[in-house]
Design a binder for this molecule. Structure first.
Ligand SMILES: Cc1cc2nc3c(=O)[nH]c(=O)nc-3n(C[C@H](O)[C@H](O)[C@H](O)COP(=O)(O)OP(=O)(O)OC[C@H]3O[C@@H](n4cnc5c(N)ncnc54)[C@H](O)[C@@H]3O)c2cc1C
Length: 499
């Protein structure tokens, strides 16, 4: 079957109505993992108001698994899980751990792919119940508990006409997301990486002291928080985030091309990107064609899906932002296109990313990436390997013009204009090795184009050295110095693979 000749592209049309990001999720079935279970037992750590679960407890394995959002749960077993209900719980848990020589990690939204929060031994402090949000409209600041998830902030801020460059998936924890950098909605317009929008934070240190940190108070601590990724030496109980006026108009254009046309697509994208409005957010995803029969040859079963988001002050402005794309071969030569679809900011989640079905949620999941100045070349280099992906759910995602320029007050220091990530997603545990191997091979293919890596999405289980490569040499060294100052006794685990 030559799928270029299909006249009624019902499935692809449905897909194009969702955007590239939503399309990934739509390929998986719906079912929610339990968010909470009613078991009020309190464990042995004194003075904890929240729930404490020990290894010998009946429900230990349930809660251990609950710490990680996807299904490839690491075989790592903390001694104690603390579900903190207050800042004081966090303080008490850290003091208990320090006294008993137990190492500590923190869990917020549980979305980190290698499951960095889950370690062998020690205490994992789950802050997901610290989920209150206060909006200071006058100063455009959101004060959020360390467990707030992206959609909750977007909805609360929307009520005040404000918003935040939040993750593209509604259930990602804002702590883990911003502390690792954060590529959020409207990144191009709102300062590049979301960590640059952290104004201040409240942190419980290894000594169990609650400190405020900002550019004026304990500045080395906020410097670390802005980009350290999954290896911070304290627990952030509260973040103070800069908010921005919610865009008046959001229009989206979606284009689908066969993967075999990728070279023409990336050439056009490179040309249009030179003249486009900087604020247009361009995301390209290589994924399985849902219309392809199971026995279709690989070259006929993959597509390239491009979404352009215009966040603007008016419809006319949004259309002007999208015009260079609509007038290019991206539109003219597409298999399917849907243009000028209007959304509200929070509506991006409902429509583009079904909260119940983000890609990988009901599957086994591994991811790695490069920061690059050559996104087109990276995608082209990956295309053939992607055609032979070991799972139909695996995909490759490029976010163009993310603007990863480092700042002196942030340890985030991956330099490059664009992001390319490879996502390996599969179902059966017996197949783990082949899907991890596929991802390992993508690393070999994309690394020659790398100027850095995005720490939030490196496969630290198998390649811990990629953590260090996510920083400049200078910032990696300084991070060690700041860690030694605030956690001299090594109460907190370091990054996965470094402890
Ligand atoms: C479906 C999905 C969609 C995603 N979309 C995006 C996206 O659009 N853009 C993007 O940039 N990334 C995205 N990511 C990646 C995401 O940013 C990272 O996985 C991030 O680590 C998740 O944070 P979390 O709090 O949910 O995870 P967790 O696993 O809970 O935390 C990760 C680590 O962060 C640290 N941490 C978390 N909270 C705290 C705290 N309060 N104090 C101290 N340390 C803390 C800990 O070291 C912890 O191990 C996505 C991931 C998934 C699975």
């Amino acid at each position: 079957m030559n799928y270029k000749n299909i006249s009624r592209r019902l499935v692809l049309k449905q897909l194009a109505s969702m955007s590239a990001i939503g399309a990934m999720g739509s390929l998986r079935s719906l079912s929610l993992y339990a968010e909470e279970r009613n078991n009020p037992e309190i464990g042995l750590i004194p003075e904890i108001k929240g729930k404490v679960i020990h290894r010998q407890d009946e429900d230990y394995e349930f809660w251990r698994q609950h710490m990680i959002w996807h299904l490839s749960k690491p075989d790592r077993y903390p001694d104690i899980i603390v579900r903190a209900k207050s800042e004081q719980d966090v303080i008490n848990a850290i003091k208990y751990a320090a006294k008993n020589k137990l190492k500590v990690t923190t869990r917020s939204g549980g979305h980190n792919a290698p499951g960095a929060a889950l370690r062998d031994g020690g205490v994992i402090i789950d802050v997901s119940l610290l989920n209150d949000i206060e909006i200071d409209i006058k100063n455009r600041i959101a004060s959020i508990g360390g467990g707030v998830k992206s959609a909750s902030l977007v909805t609360a801020a929307r009520d005040e006409g404000l918003s935040f460059p939040a993750p593209h998936c509604p259930t990602v924890g804002l702590s883990g997301f911003t502390m690792g950098g954060g590529i959020g909605w409207n990144y191009a317009h709102w300062g590049g990486m979301s960590c640059f929008s952290i104004e201040a934070a409240d942190v419980v240190t290894a000594e169990g002291k609650l400190l405020r940190t900002s550019d004026d108070e304990n500045p080395d601590l906020i410097w670390a928080i802005r980009g350290v990724g999954p290896g911070f030496f304290g627990v952030v109980t509260r973040l103070y985030l800069n908010l921005y006026p919610v865009p008046k108009t959001i229009l989206v254009n979606n284009y689908i091309h066969p993967l075999d046309d990728l070279e023409a697509v990336t050439t056009t994208l490179d040309e249009v990107n030179k003249v486009k409005d900087d604020r247009a957010e361009v995301i390209a995803i290589l994924l399985q064609n849902p219309e392809a029969p199971a026995d279709a040859p690989p070259e006929q079963s993959k597509i390239c899906f491009i979404s352009i988001f215009a966040f603007a002050g008016s419809e006319a402005e949004a259309q002007a932002m999208l015009a260079p794309f609509a007038e290019s071969d991206l539109a003219n030569k597409s298999l399917v296109k849907i243009e000028n679809t209007e959304y509200t900011f929070e509506g991006l989640y409902g429509k583009f990313f079904n909260p119940g079905v983000p890609a990988g949620m009901q599957a086994r999941y591994a991811v790695d990436n490069v920061i690059t100045n050559k996104p087109g070349e990276t995608l082209l280099a990956l295309a053939d390997h992607f055609k032979h992906a070991t799972s139909p759910h695996s995909h490759v995602l490029a976010a163009y013009a993310v603007n990863m320029k480092p700042r002196a007050n942030s340890c985030f220091s991956s330099i490059g204009s664009d992001f390319v990530g490879c996502y390996s997603i599969w179902d059966n545990a017996e197949e783990d090795e082949q899907h991890f191997k596929w991802l390992d091979e993508t690393i070999l293919i994309m690394d020659p184009f790398a100027s850095g890596h995005y720490i939030n999405e490196v496969e630290a289980r198998r390649h811990p050295e990629r953590i260090e490569k996510s920083f400049s040499k200078e910032n990696w060294q300084r991070l060690k110095t700041v860690r030694d100052k605030y956690d001299p006794m090594g109460v907190f685990h370091k990054h996965l693979g470094y402890s």
